[in-house]
Write a protein that binds this ligand. Structure first.
Ligand SMILES: Cc1ncc(COP(=O)(O)O)c(C=O)c1O
Length: 424
């Protein structure tokens, strides 16, 4: 859906000249990056929590509400047909973006959290029984822990947890040792939100499949940073959130293999997910609608489609390369400051720099950096078990997107030194 012909001329020229991204142009595409915060230039390093939105996404949503708004699937009138068509196009864009086999495999949900709950409450309820096991890892976001705990509690099943090492790398051998004929599903993050570790998910999926165990990948922190091909990975389920990949809040995606989705019971009942209803019996709609009860977030889906188009115009390969260099620079700058310890030093990392400063609580780090206009996140990052694993209550976390710059990393490093001055 993205072609060179769609690129503005200046961008075409710059992309053909080099394989690098045009950072100045990109920053101009994000209106919020031009604003001041507390009298200082905003340095937004909280992208793992949510990303900022390019003008193309904002304007697409405005256009939808100004020109196209109607409920979908139910009307014969012009606007309803238009909105339905645009919603379908967004699903097609998502399908292409992650290389799913069919739009039937793309379920729109509220976000990663809802996607995982959907799988736990449908696939899980149908396939996990008393004495069975669900296997996750020690680096999961609460969204990939609690839905499985709820399921296990209800079914009398057990949650098993694969350990990580001191660098925050998954012990893949230990994970495989924890599988057994009772393992009904493995669910793990592609990229850890607290540590930035990139897990070798293809290797894990291949090995799980050799034992007939399906795998759900939580891709919330992967999709904004790298090209994801669900067919190449072989993932049975893959989940992600629009708001972390430069699209609007309130919408996300569950990718599932069609044969699994076909066999799963519905998640919620209501309009659109049915084929026919009588008081005696309801038959369900075909995929993907079987899992999309009620009026969907039409504007959200269309906004997500615009975010994907924007990302495609830049190129995920270029984004990945640029961010790789930026993170390497950030690691070098921050880790060389005496008294600063990085949490999460995996060889394969993306997007995230978690750290602690000797003698300073991470919340104080966040508050002082905020005075400098620098937005980072502090706390347990919805991953309390990881904090326990490292014996700390919290970290300060800077997280990056392709619109961040080395100058902003320098501002972060200067801010950290300022924190140390205040506390020493
Ligand atoms: C790895 C990971 N999984 C799941 C989630 C939950 O995403 P959402 O709140 O968009 O549902 C997050 C959010 O930070 C995350 O980082």
């Amino acid at each position: 859906m993205t072609t060179a012909a769609k690129l503005p001329q200046a961008e075409q020229a710059s992309t053909s000249r080099s394989a690098r991204i045009d950072i100045d142009k990109i920053r101009r595409d994000f209106p919020i990056l031009a604003r001041d915060v507390r009298g200082k230039k905003l340095v937004y390093l909280d992208n793992a929590a949510t990303s900022q939105k390019p003008r193309a996404v904002i304007e697409r949503i405005v256009k939808y509400y100004e020109q196209e708004n109607a409920n979908i699937h139910r009307g014969v009138h012009f606007l309803s047909e238009l909105a339905t068509r645009e919603h379908d196009c967004a699903r097609e864009a998502v399908k292409e973006f992650v290389n799913a086999g069919s739009t039937r495999e793309i379920i729109f949900v509220r976000g990663t959290t809802e996607a995982i709950n959907l799988v736990a409450q449908t696939y899980g309820r149908a396939n996990v029984g008393a004495g069975d096991e669900v296997l996750i890892t020690a680096m999961e976001h609460h969204s990939n822990i609690v839905p499985w705990q709820i399921l296990c509690e209800e079914k009398g099943a057990q949650l098993r947890v694969a350990p990580i090492n001191d660098d925050g790398e998954l012990l893949v051998g230990e994970l495989h040792k924890l599988t057994s004929p009772r393992t009904k599903i493995i669910a793990l993050a592609h990229v850890s939100n607290a540590l930035g570790t990139v897990n070798p998910v293809k290797k894990i999926i291949d090995c799980a499949h050799s034992k007939n165990i399906p795998v759900l990948i939580d891709g919330a922190q992967a999709v904004p940073h790298m090209k994801v091909d669900v067919q190449e990975l072989g993932a049975d389920f893959y989940t992600f959130s629009s708001h972390k990949m430069f699209g609007p809040m309130g919408i996300g995606v569950l990718y599932g293999k069609a044969e699994l989705l076909e066999a799963m019971p519905p998640y919620q009942g209501g309009g659109d997910m049915i084929s026919s209803v009588t008081f005696e019996k309801t038959t369900y709609n075909k995929l993907p609608f079987k899992f999309e009860a009620g009026t969907p977030d039409v504007a959200g889906a269309i906004g997500l489609g615009a975010a994907i188009e924007y990302l495609n115009q830049i190129g995920m390969d270029k984004i990945e390369k640029y961010e790789h260099e930026l993170l390497a620079y950030a690691i070098e700058q921050v880790s060389s400051i005496p008294g600063v310890r990085l949490i999460g030093t995996a060889k394969a990392k993306t997007g995230v720099l978690s750290f602690v400063i000797d003698g300073v609580h991470p919340h104080d780090v966040g508050t002082i950096l905020d005075q400098e206009g620098i937005a980072i996140r502090t706390g347990h990052h919805c991953a309390q078990p990881i904090m326990d694993r490292f014996g700390i209550p919290a970290t300060a976390r800077a997280s990056f997107a392709f619109y961040n710059t080395k100058d902003e990393v320098d501002a972060l490093a200067a801010g950290i030194r300022r924190v140390q001055e205040v506390f020493n």
